[in-house]
Write a protein that binds this ligand. Structure first.
Ligand code: CS2
Length: 487
């Protein structure tokens, strides 16, 4: 990577020398910032989304600095330490805007152990999480999977927790032992009823290890649900170079996102919760409707676009959306198959939302890689597509587009196995083995994949309409891949 010679390392000292008026810098004195938030999983999404809201709140309230804790990797800690935990956020709009975010007061790993002190600090009021679907260690029935290796490791010993659930239980134990006030634990992952699922998992773990703590957590710790939204493509060297050129800062780990951002939080928070409504978050009693609309329309369309777009040889969401037939198919799926099963939350018109989504997907300023969205399909498909399919079959609604998304995932696994491509998925080894055993005979291949009970519930695979439609779509995608048929 080569950067322009005139760049300077981003850090507290160099902030004053920002040479471009296009870069916003923290509008507050960082030395006075306290750590009111501990965030587990400070990846790209957190740093582009929640950290941005908190950074804006810090402009008028110094209590909301963030201690980010990475579960395994030290890469982020080591990248941002020389830059005083500052980083640049690129907001990709017609005109790209840059802001240096100063909200992180510390980035550490679980092994560093400093999270223990933060849990024991009276300044802490909020614990947030973005650990992706698989980070919750849930089984197919959405309850805590006690056989998960990380959970099995943490049950007897939480000296250095391997799981998010073990870490939370230990942190809350320390807080309780210190006699401090309760706090709020806020899941910010794309899971339906994320707060409820997190609470159930924490309590199931606690019931097995500490009855007294179970009582305290179940009676005073709030786990509101939330819906988070902003498209956040992965960081690449092109971003680092664009930032160096536009701002003059050399930044080891900048972040980019689209201009649109939304955070809807269940109005059931614990004491001392930050007033995030001042910086645009929506507090409501009806997160469920927001979350369902987002998960099924946006994420459901994203996953379908990813697997189908890859089958057609595309690399990015906006590239795939340039194929009129593909864009039309995604629109029809949202309009005819997904939206009819949704209840619009107050203030959201589903047609307007759908059109806005199509526009966001088309945004040429964003190179959102389909392969990034294709990660962890075994965890994403059930809530993004299969729940809707189940409901549609019951209600007599069509499932053509949804089943195409499912079949496209199967073909993605088949091609990955054939070409020797590694995939990222908690079931990767098994899925690749199934892909390798396939013979491109639709009925047999689809049956093989449908045996993965962690993904496909028996109640669904026993429905001929689902199996037949998936086989139909699978056959069609084979023809599309070879160019024999056009979409
Ligand atoms: C995407 C999401 O990678 C994925 O699976 O569907 O990260 C999506 O970009 C966000 O949920 C948008 O808010």
């Amino acid at each position: 990577m080569t950067l322009a010679l005139s760049t300077m390392q981003l850090n507290n000292a160099s902030l004053a020398n920002a040479y471009s008026q296009h870069v916003g810098v923290p509008a507050y004195d960082r030395s006075g910032v306290r750590t009111g938030v501990l965030h587990i999983g400070p990846g790209a999404f957190h740093r582009a989304h929640q950290a941005d809201y908190l950074d804006r709140l810090l402009a008028s309230d110094p209590r909301w600095g963030i201690h980010g804790v990475s579960m395994k990797s030290a890469a982020l800690r080591d990248a941002v330490r020389p830059q005083d935990d500052l980083y640049t956020l690129a907001i990709l709009d017609e005109q790209v805007r840059y802001r240096v975010i100063g909200a992180m007061t510390q980035v550490s790993t679980v092994e560093d152990d400093t999270w223990r002190d933060t849990f024991r600090s009276p300044d802490l009021h909020l614990v947030t999480l973005t650990v992706t679907e698989k980070g919750y260690c849930l089984g197919a029935d959405d309850t805590l999977d006690f056989a998960h290796p990380d959970i099995a490791a943490d049950l007897p010993d939480r000296t250095c927790p391997s799981s998010v659930i073990g870490l939370l239980v230990e942190g809350l134990r320390l807080r309780h032992a210190a006699g401090l006030a309760p706090l709020t634990v806020l899941s910010c992952d794309n899971l339906p009823s994320n707060g409820q699922k997190l609470r159930d998992a924490v309590l199931a773990f606690c019931a097995a290890v500490d009855q007294e703590l179970f009582g305290w957590i179940s009676s005073v710790i709030m786990f509101p649900c939330s819906m988070v939204d902003s498209i956040t493509p992965a960081t690449d060297d092109a971003l680092r170079q664009a930032i160096a050129a536009a701002t003059g800062f050399e930044d080891n780990w900048p972040i980019q996102r689209e201009a649109f951002t939304s955070w809807v939080i269940e109005d059931r928070t614990g004491p001392g919760f930050p007033d995030l409504s001042r910086v645009g978050a929506i507090m409501t009693n009806d997160v469920e409707a927001h979350e369902k609309a987002k998960l099924r329309l946006l994420n459901g369309a994203h996953s379908t676009l990813a697997y189908l777009g890859l089958a057609l040889g595309h690399q990015t969401v906006s590239g795939a959306m340039q194929v009129p037939a593909l864009a039309a198919m995604i629109d029809a799926m949202m309009h005819r198959e997904i939206a009819p099963g949704l209840r619009a939350p107050e203030g959201l018109d589903l047609d307007t939302y759908r059109h806005a989504l199509l526009k966001r997907f088309r945004n040429p300023a964003i190179a959102h890689r389909l392969s990034q969205i294709a990660w962890d399909g075994s965890k994403k498909l059930p809530m993004r597509l299969l729940d809707t399919i189940t409901e549609n079959l019951g209600a007599g609604r069509p499932i053509d587009g949804l089943a195409t998304g499912v079949a496209a995932w199967m073909r993605f696994l088949r091609r990955s196995a054939l070409n020797g491509y590694a995939i990222t998925d908690p079931l990767a080894d098994r899925l690749i083995r199934i892909g390798a055993a396939c013979t491109d005979v639709p009925g047999a291949d689809v049956a093989r994949f449908m045996q993965v009970s962690e993904v496909f519930p028996q109640s669904l695979v026993s429905q001929p309409a689902f199996v037949e439609k998936t086989e139909w779509a699978y056959t069609r995608i084979i023809a599309l891949e070879s160019g024999e048929e056009q979409l």
